[in-house]
Design a protein around this ligand. Sequence first.
Ligand SMILES: O=C[C@H](O)[C@H](O)COP(=O)(O)O
Ligand SMILES: C=C(OP(=O)(O)O)C(=O)O
Length: 351
Amino acid sequence: MSERTDDIRISRAQPLITPWILQEELPLPEPEAAAIARARRDIAAVLAGDDPRLLVIAGPCSVHDPAALLDYAARFQAICEPHGDALLPVLRVYFEKPRTVIGWKGLINDPDLDDSFRINKGLHLARRVLLDVAALGLPAASEFLDTTFGQYYADLVSFGAIGARTVESQVHRELASGLSMPVGFKNGTSGKIGVAIDAIRSASHSHWFPSLTKEGTPAVLQSSGNPHCHLILRGGSDTGPNYHPEAVQAAAEALAKQGLPASVIVDCSHGNSEKDPARQAQVVSSLCDQMEQGQGAIRGVMLESHLVGGNQPMAAPAALAYGQSITDACLSLEDTAPLLQQLAAAVRRSA
Ligand SMILES: O=C[C@H](O)[C@H](O)COP(=O)(O)O
Ligand SMILES: C=C(OP(=O)(O)O)C(=O)O
């Protein structure tokens, strides 16, 4: 017998449920399906400039406690309610965390936060949370990181993101080309926007790529291309923040140069806040000034916000403070509310 040459670094394998079984156990009710389809159209209209509202994607950096997320969701929805003429609120519901090196990779990968990696449980929880958010009537935004997990929950997502660490990845561009909702591509971690513009162009085309059918069979899928992809400015390590007027204008011009609509979402967190959550307020102020001065390219903002501000180290669930992030530090909802008001006022004044 010759020496073994494959699977030499695979130490375990476990069964994975199929998307079909999960969807049968946790089906999407008809009224929620209609609301998600409507939200996707509304988001596309805002991004195209056909709806004057501003897209506001807010919520925790990551979901680790579904109850706290739903608590946040109901409060966020109530705060946004008086601003329905100016804001289109979407809840950040992020289950998959891309790590710079290593760390907790999110609720799907490790739902018990204890390195037990019960991915089937994580997929159930993710779908349950998204159904509960949909039942509130709030659209959900999520980052797609694993290229097959979307088959388990993308039907419940109204806005998709491809992150700064995967924007150059061909498989993520292929994935976005086949997703059913508008997708935002972040600029790269260094701050380069060209890679995100390339991604938008790539994802608008048809691709053939391997994936998983709902029944769990490997298949080669052909996408038709996604016409609703756009740029998310998130700042970067080489360029610094890119929310200020010159950077937004440069991004609008770079998009137009490629024949793409001059439409951007600005992530107030990450490289734009340099991971200091309080600085998200400075980003919002600048965006409000820019909108009032006629910068029409700003069509959305993203905020990292949770019930309690800051973050806390990872611990056993029972030892964690309620409503506080275990990944990036967030603004408290209390400090987020005035920013939502400020954004709504700026949208009204710039109309
Ligand atoms: O948004 C979350 C984080 O910024 C991202 O997942 C990277 O996190 P890390 O640098 O702590 O690994
Ligand atoms: C990881 C995220 O952002 P970025 O890709 O911009 O680092 C995120 O939004 O959770």
